[in-house]
Design a protein around this ligand. Structure first.
Ligand code: HPA
Length: 287
């Protein structure tokens, strides 16, 4: 797969998913469904989705397959908090070797399925010294280090069926959705941090010098996903909400005895699922 797709490929994938959803009595009306991407350790959030039709990624035409640990690899269409959701249980990352176009293929498929708003979740390392493992962080903005290095899913011929050549990213994370998330957190008495998410390619975790550098340039959290999906969504006119689970505190001291591990990331991710489910359910009710 080259990673360069045309409208025909997105539509073939969308038609397949739509047909499966319809079989279950789920209608996907333009602008109505909410997209949901579940990050590392957050798979079980999908269990809250009712009346679900589950489609394996391998079944969907042109879909990449999930190789990252803790990423199941299925698309779940159903109801959550009375809204139709199209949820990705498992996403694609650069570090898996996929191209920018492949990572974000599902987002354009969601657009063709009528998705108007997208909730992106992820596991991230805390860079802000006030952050603790288990915190939730509302993404207010991002630093796209991979993009700065020339890897951006919007590079190549523009796809005018989705959006313009030079999309603005001033309002990447929609203000109305951020407000809804903050209000929901307050209502539930959940502490919701706010911060800037730095996107690095991975797959290695950061060196202490890199963590100190990220803090210096304004990052509050660091991770290996989300930003490519946000770019493609905004380009296509989809509103984005981003929530990071701070699964670990990024280590900033050379002689620290602590070391970030994938096990810690998955474990902490699992422990915050009930809180995150409550928060997202409340946000969906406000949408
Ligand atoms: N760094 C990068 N990505 C991550 C981290 C981290 O510390 N934790 C979870 N995803």
């Amino acid at each position: 797969m080259s990673g360069m797709f045309g409208l025909a490929e997105y539509d073939r994938a969308a038609a397949f998913v739509r047909e499966r959803a319809n079989r279950r009595g789920l209608q996907l009306v333009e602008g109505q469904p909410v997209g949901l991407v579940l990050g590392s350790g957050l798979n079980s959030l999908a269990e809250a989705i009712e009346g679900a039709e589950t489609v394996q990624y391998e079944e969907i035409p042109h879909f990449p397959s999930s190789t990252a640990p803790g990423h199941e690899g299925r698309l779940i269409v159903g109801q959550l908090a009375g809204r139709t959701v199209v949820a990705m249980q498992g996403r694609f990352h650069y570090y898996e070797g996929y191209s920018a176009g492949e990572i974000t293929f599902p987002i354009r498929v969601m657009k063709r399925l009528g998705v108007g708003r997208l909730i992106l979740t992820n596991a991230a390392g805390g860079v802000n010294p006030a952050f603790r493992a288990g915190d939730l962080m509302l993404i207010v903005d991002h630093l796209n280090f991979v993009g700065m290095a020339g890897q951006n899913p919007l590079i190549g011929p523009n796809a005018p069926a989705f959006g313009t050549r030079f999309p603005s990213m001033t309002h990447t994370y929609a203000r109305s959705l951020r407000k809804a998330a903050l209000a929901s957190a307050q209502e539930l008495r959940i502490t919701l941090r706010q911060g800037v998410y730095a996107f690095l390619a991975g797959p290695n975790f950061e060196t202490p010098a890199e963590v100190r550098y990220l803090r210096l340039v304004g990052a509050d959290a660091v991770g290996m996903s989300t930003v490519p999906e946000a770019l493609v969504a905004v380009h296509a006119g989809i509103e984005v909400l981003g929530i990071s689970t701070i699964t670990n505190v990024a280590v900033d001291q050379l002689d620290s005895d602590k070391e970030t591990s994938a096990e810690e990331v998955m474990e902490t991710g699992g422990t915050v699922v009930p809180q995150l489910t409550a928060l997202l359910t409340a946000v969906l009710r406000r949408m």
